[in-house]
Structures are given as C-alpha cells and as structure tokens.
Design a binder for this molecule. Structure first.
Ligand SMILES: NC(=O)c1ccc[n+]([C@@H]2O[C@H](COP(=O)([O-])OP(=O)(O)OC[C@H]3O[C@@H](n4cnc5c(N)ncnc54)[C@H](O)[C@@H]3O)[C@@H](O)[C@H]2O)c1
Length: 462
C-alpha cells in the first residue's frame, strides 16, 4: 500500500489526512489556507447525514454579504439587484476600488450603500462576524471558496459559492460537516444547471422522453488562454493551478446538469472514476508566441495536461465521460450528451433523436422542435423572460432560485452534497492521473441517504 492507497476514500466516507495530501500533490499554499481556520484535521468523522433534504426557516428578505467582486462577483451583484427580496448589505474584496464599484452599483439600484470590507485577504471573516446577514456569497479564486463558506456558516449565515466549491477532497468534507453541524445551507452556484437546453432536457428526462438514462458525456471545453494570461481577473490566479495540478480542474459545468438528470445523490451516486491527461502544450506555446522575452511569466512551467478525460461509473452502473480542455484553440462546448433507452441528446449544437418521433436515424434541432412541448417552466416564466444578461439568462435564474428558496424555506435546487460530489472530482482525477489512471472511489458524502433522497423536481417560478 502506498501513500495514495492510504489516502483513498471508501464509500463509507472515511477522511484523509489533509495536510499530507497538500504535500503530496504539491499544492503548497493553495491547500494550506483552510488549515488556518483550524477546521481541518486527520481522522475526523462526519456526523450522520440528515434524513430529509435540508430546509431552513423562511425569510422575509435575503440580506447578502458578497465576497469577491471581480468578473463573476460583479455579474452576480447585478443579477441579485434584479431579484425581488435580495438585499446587498456588505461587500468585500482585497481591491478597495472593486468594493467601491460594487457599493456604487447597489446604491444606483436604489438600495442603501452596503458596508465595505477591504482590509486584506481574511477580511471576509470580519464581514461574516460583524454583519447581520442571511447569506454570504463568494466569487473569489477557487482556493478561497471553502474558507469563506466555512467562516460564513460558523457565523450563522448560509453560504453560496461560485464553482468549483472546493479544490481538495478534504475541503469537500469540510463543507459537508460544517453545513450539517451549523444547520446552514451551503450551495455551489452551478449556473449551467439553469441553462435553457439543460433545463429542457431535465424536463424531458422527468417526463420519460429519454427512457432510462444510461450514459452521459460532458465537459468544459473553453479556450481560456487569453483569460489565463490576462494581467487582470483570472490571469492573476488561474495559471497557478496549471503549474501545480494535472487533472480536471473545472468539472462542475459539465457534470452538474448530467448529474441532475441521472439523480446523482438522489437515487444513484457516483461510484468510481479513472482519469488520463495528455501532454501539456497550449500554455507553453502561448507564452512563447505572445509574451516578451523578459516577461517573468515565461519562466513558468505547466503540468496541467491540455486535455484531461475521465470516465465515471455510478452505483447503478451508468457511465459518464467527462472532459477538461481549456488551453487549446477551439470553440466553446460543454458537450451535454445524454443517451437513454428511447432517445439521445447531444449539445453544441443542441440536437436530439427520439425513437418513434424523430425521422429514423436523423437528428432534430432540440429547441426549435421541442420547446413548445418541453420548455422548462422556469424558462417560460415572466421573470426569466424579462431578465437580461449573464450567460443568456441562466445567471439570473440561478440567483433568483436561490433567493426564492431561502425566502420560501424550501430545499435548494443544489445542496452541499452536490457541491461536494461534483467538486471532489478534481482531486480524484489528479490522483488517478498521477497513478497511471488508477481507479479512485468517489466518497458517498450523503452516507447512504442517496438511496432515499427524492430526485430534483421540475419547479415553477413563484
Ligand atoms: N459560473 C460561471 O459561469 C463562472 C464564470 C466565471 C468565473 N466563475 C468562477 O467565479 C470565481 C471568480 O472568478 P472571476 O472570473 O470572477 O475571477 P476574478 O479574478 O475576476 O474575481 C475574483 C475576485 O476575488 C477577489 N479576491 C481574491 N482573493 C480574495 C479574498 N481573499 N477576499 C476577498 N476578495 C478576494 C479579487 O480581487 C477579485 O476581485 C471563480 O471560482 C471562477 O471559477 C464562474
């Protein structure tokens, strides 16, 4: 048994030694951060998972503290300002000008100017502790998501984070354990679950159009070379992951919608995976072709394989093919393919073949042919029709749903177990890649509740 065997998680949900893995994976500072909160440690066992989907008492309005108002954070603030019942009460960022910009946006929308927090990278703790808030929402770089969410829940607030919820497996457990102990929501805001085609397909799956869903293919295939080498935004932090990590660093955009259609954690669950990465070329080529010879970034060496492919198996025997491809020239895709016993759907462009309805062996365009019958009710709703901006409407919809569920005291569409199951894929793929594609078990964060948890329903706008 080697160090990796020792750290493998079993379906029973045993935890690993967090600090040891940091050293092994070479993540260094990235994984050292959460230990400063004093919430990590070897051998801790999670309490039993809740028997029912978690609900919190209803709220009259949702008072929000926002941490990290760069590209995506600013987008969320502008969406939330359109959602009835949402109030932005505090804003935090390490860059004071960004805090001021967000404060102005809120004031211009007619809400009182929110409190500002900008005294360094841990100032979000002061926000969590001092402000009277219902929800702390973070859109910081990946390594800060768990520290912010844990600080929020410990201070009695619900937590929402951008994707991925966590970088490491142990961080995933921290979210689960803290949410259970503090009885707070902790949601990963996976906006791709709210895109029009994804929601329509979920509706079709629920109505049996695809028959039994047997296989999915998905991923995040996005030429991010310009973004990664930008001198602002993600260019300031995202390349660092490519220097230290080799696996699927961004699994949730592709996996989330497929997992919902397959009832992952709600009737089925992810069982194990194998992963492979190919060569690392794209970022090196970009360096050579676009940076001046004296640019310090030319000294960086990348280990992230440009194309990472992963195969996942579920406990019920279904299969998922998952790709990460962000360093090469290519048009955007999340693939979004589902094969059922009665139909097959493929994305980019969205097309479908339904046995008995489509011409034999031929595709039909999904939206044009099936929207009248199968449009998801949320996409038919007036609030979405009138909302604008943010990845074609899905960003508004995810923020709208979060606020509505909190106000109504309903379970959220995605919970902490989804956040953990979809995010833990990153570290598991890194470990599989490092070990000649060794099989890695996906922990059962629900600790057996996946067998009885109800599937996500088709919700209407309220
Ligand atoms: N769902 C989507 O479609 C989507 C799109 C883009 C980005 N994202 C995710 O959103 C998150 C943020 O990405 P981005 O593109 O907005 O990056 P960004 O760099 O533009 O924004 C991050 C912000 O966080 C601030 N920050 C950094 N450390 C901080 C700390 N300790 N405390 C407070 N503020 C801190 C930075 O100053 C910056 O303003 C990432 O998780 C990313 O993966 C999601």
């Amino acid at each position: 048994m080697d160090a990796y065997d020792d750290e493998r998680t079993s379906a029973a949900g045993t935890r690993r030694d967090f600090i040891k893995v940091g050293a092994l994976t070479g993540l260094g500072a990235l994984v050292a951060i959460p230990n400063l909160l004093g919430c990590a440690g070897p051998g801790r066992r999670a309490a039993p998972a809740a028997a029912q989907p978690f609900v919190a008492p209803p709220l009259e309005r949702v008072r929000i503290g926002f941490v990290g108002v760069g590209g995506m954070g600013t987008n969320h603030v502008s969406q939330l300002l359109k959602v009835p019942g949402a109030e932005i009460k505090a804003v935090c960022d390490i860059v004071p000008e960004k805090v001021a910009r967000a404060q102005d946006m809120v004031a211009k929308a007619g809400q009182p100017k929110p409190a500002g927090y900008s005294r360094g990278p841990w100032d979000f703790k002061r926000l969590c502790e001092q402000e009277d808030l219902d929800l702390v929402f973070t859109a910081t770089p990946w390594e800060w998501h768990v520290p912010v969410c844990v600080a929020a829940m410990r201070a009695g607030k619900h937590a929402a984070t951008e994707v991925p919820a966590a970088v490491t497996l142990d961080e995933c457990w921290q979210l689960v354990e803290t949410a259970e102990q503090r009885r707070k929501h902790c949601v990963m805001m996976e906006n791709c679950c709210y895109d029009r085609a994804e929601m329509m397909v979920l509706n079709m799956v629920r109505q049996g159009v695809l028959g039994e869903v047997l296989h999915g293919e998905c991923g995040y295939l996005h030429d991010l070379r310009g973004v990664k080498f930008s001198t602002e935004g993600e260019g300031l932090w995202r390349r660092a992951h490519a220097e230290k990590r080799n696996g699927n660093l961004y699994p949730t955009h592709g996996l989330g919608p497929i997992a919902q259609c397959m009832n992952i954690n709600r009737g089925d669950r992810l069982d194990y995976l194998v992963s492979m990465s190919g060569p690392s070329r794209g970022l090196q080529l970009f360096q050579e072709e676009h940076l001046s010879p004296d640019d310090p970034r030319r000294n960086e060496k990348y280990v992230l394989g440009d194309v990472n492919v992963t195969l996942l198996k579920t406990v019920l025997g279904r299969t998922i093919y998952l790709v990460h491809d962000t360093n090469l020239p290519r048009p955007y895709s999340r693939i979004h393919m589902l094969q059922g016993t009665r139909a097959v759907k493929v994305g980019y462009p969205d097309r479908i073949h339904v046995e008995g309805r489509s011409p034999a062996h031929r595709w039909e365009p999904l939206l044009e042919t099936y929207a009248d019958e199968f449009e998801h009710p949320l996409w038919r709703s007036e609030s979405v029709q009138t909302a604008s901006g943010g990845h074609g409407g899905m960003d508004y919809l995810e923020d709208y749903r979060l606020v509505r569920c909190l106000i109504e005291g309903q379970p959220l569409d995605m919970d902490v177990y989804d956040a953990a199951a979809w995010s833990c894929i990153s570290e598991l793929t890194e470990k599989s890649v490092a070990r000649r594609s060794r099989v890695m078990d996906v922990p059962d964060f629900t600790r057996g509740r996946w067998k009885t948890n109800p599937p996500l329903g088709i919700v209407e706008a309220s």
